[in-house]
Design a protein around this ligand. Structure first.
Ligand code: MSP
Length: 530
């Protein structure tokens, strides 16, 4: 069934420290998918937010001499400011301390208790405070280290509620039958081999040793386990169980909606084992896809404050513009694999792809149309020059591939194809040598065709890059003399869209960077996560 709606979510981030470029990576990916779907006229709902409860937050707040609420208010503010600086187009921002969320979690907990999905027991195990996770003896190994973050765990015993994980296992495995639900597929195998086959323990879903959480109505000594609390955000933001649940009806319940969670590899277990089981316990449909992206690493491993290798996106945005950062994130880290942030690669991407491939192509083409045709794009005619058919075919093939790849979440590859198309257009200029054609009156038709093909390729390339290049694409459309109606996605395959349009000179779109100087500058930012 062709789905017409699209619900996409980022993980909700812990406001336990300022956001860094790793958080920006995940949010940017979701933003690009959301913008792509909107561009194709899907009804789209894009959610992000912050995960504000738990022991770690409580402790951090205490250290900072603030109440937990004051503490999370401050950091959440930094997150929302960053998203607006990065032109993130989220439709909502959920905070787990909001009343709408708290009520939903309490309702969900009650429902699970009523259905006998949850029972009261005793927990004895190893607890990792930074990850808010309990682990078994075998999982923590001899050295008693958290299998997720590698930090030491502490022994903990307390009265807890437990979720019966075996009850919904058959339904979980049925969901796993579809190879698309967890992407890349190796993540699914990892879940099966590491957690499911060795035997799933019941999940502890409440805590009594701290109070900064959602209080359980039935037993006020307990707060909901932070992961149960956090995962429910995907429903609470849509108004699940509330009086006004139109969004829930539209984007979760309706089969016409495609539901996609984008997450980092570090939180796969929660999203692909427990979350689907919770949903089944509630009698709800499961997400269509959980997309697991790799982490953005630094040369010396994972970004962390103690290593002093954290990069904040702010100074990068200020110096290079938001499009450069967005493009770098989408292009450099192959989706699904870990990527490495290096200043050299960052500067290189801006120069090679943005300044040369796009910037030059646009400025050369506009200057030539001005010089040879008084700034008016000649009418498009097919197949005049020997290379024209190849360009025409390549445009259609690129659009086809782009749609298939983005619909299948292969984001990096989709944008590589677009860059290849623009690269081909640059080569087409060299091959057809318009400056030579211009000297020969009998070659006028050839020259017209080169210009109309170039202008059209720029239109297509820019349109396909629009979900990433949010600032520069309208400038390019304007330079081509296109109105908003004309640069609609539905005109993408209309070769004649630019006929007779008056072009305008643009500012320099992406200034070429001095490699040595800028690499030094970016190096200087590392560790400075302000
Ligand atoms: N609060 C939980 C998520 C609950 S979702 C119901 C959490 N928060 S987190 O802030 O620690 O990390 C959330 C996500 O941020 C990761 O899954 C990942 O998507 C992203 N990233 C955090 N660091 C990252 C990198 N270094 N690189 C790429 N993404 C990173 O876990």
């Amino acid at each position: 069934m062709l789905k017409k709606r699209f619900y996409i979510t980022t993980p909700i981030y812990y406001p336990s420290g300022n956001p860094h470029i790793g958080h920006a990576y995940c949010t940017t990916l979701c933003d690009v998918f959301a913008r792509y779907k909107r561009m194709r006229h899907f009804e789209c709902y894009f959610l992000t937010g912050t995960d504000e409860h738990g022991l770690k937050i409580e402790k951090n707040a205490e250290k900072a001499g603030l109440t937990p609420q004051e503490y999370v208010d401050n950091i959440t503010n930094v997150f929302t400011k960053l998203w607006s600086a990065m032109k993130i187009s989220n439709d909502d921002f959920i905070r787990t301390t909001q009343e709408r969320h708290i009520t939903t979690v309490q309702n969900i907990f009650s429902k699970m208790l009523e259905n006998d999905d949850i029972y009261l027991g005793k927990y004895e195990g190893w607890y990792c405070t930074p990850c808010e996770s309990f682990w078994t003896e075998t999982q923590v190994g001899e050295n008693h280290l958290c299998p997720d973050c590698g930090r030491p765990v502490e022994k903990a015993t307390e009265e807890s509620y437990f979720f019966k994980t075996q009850k919904y296992l058959p339904e979980l495995l049925k969901w796993y039958d579809n190879d698309k639900v967890i992407t890349p597929i190796n993540r699914k195998n990892e879940m099966l081999n590491t957690f499911i086959k060795p035997g799933l323990d019941d999940l502890c879903v409440s805590r009594t040793s701290f109070s900064w959480g959602v209080q359980i109505r039935e037993n006020n000594k307990h707060v909901a386990y932070v992961w149960l609390d956090a995962l429910c955000n995907y429903l609470s933001a849509l108004g699940y169980g509330a009086d006004h649940d139109e969004l829930y009806q539209k984007f979760w319940k309706s089969e016409e909606s495609e539901i996609i969670h984008v997450i980092g590899a570090d939180i796969t277990r929660f999203h692909t084992i427990y979350w689907p089981e919770f949903l089944k316990a509630l009698g709800l449909r499961l997400p269509d896809r959980v997309f697991v992206h790799g982490l953005l690493m630094m040369k010396d491993g994972k970004m962390s404050k103690s290593k002093g290798n954290v990069v904040s996106p702010y100074p990068l945005i200020e110096r290079y513009g938001v499009d450069a950062i967005r493009y770098y994130l989408v292009r450099e880290v192959v989706f699904g694999q870990d990527g490495q942030f290096t200043p050299e690669q960052f500067v290189d991407r801006v120069n090679v792809d943005l300044a040369n491939n796009i910037g030059n192509l646009v400025s050369r083409t506009i200057s030539m149309i001005q010089k040879y045709f008084d700034g008016v794009v000649p009418n498009f005619e097919k197949g005049v020059n020997p290379q024209d058919k190849e360009i025409e075919d390549m445009v259609l093939e690129t659009i086809f591939q782009y749609e298939n790849k983005l619909d299948d979440l292969h984001i990096t590859e989709a944008f590589i194809d677009v860059m290849n198309l623009l690269g081909r257009a640059n080569k087409y200029i060299e091959e057809t040598a318009p400056w030579t054609l211009a000297k020969d009156e009998t070659k006028k038709k050839n020259l017209e065709s080169v210009m109309s093909h170039l202008a059209y390729v720029i239109f297509v390339g820019t349109k396909l890059l629009e979900p990433v290049l949010v600032e520069k694409s309208p400038i390019i459309f304007n330079a081509l003399g296109l109105t908003k109606e004309e640069y609609d996605y539905d005109n993408l395959k209309n070769f004649n869209v630019l006929n007779n349009h008056k072009v305008n000179k643009t500012e320099i779109l992406f200034p070429r960077l001095d490699v040595a100087k800028e690499v030094e500058y970016v190096k200087g930012l590392m560790g400075n996560n302000k």
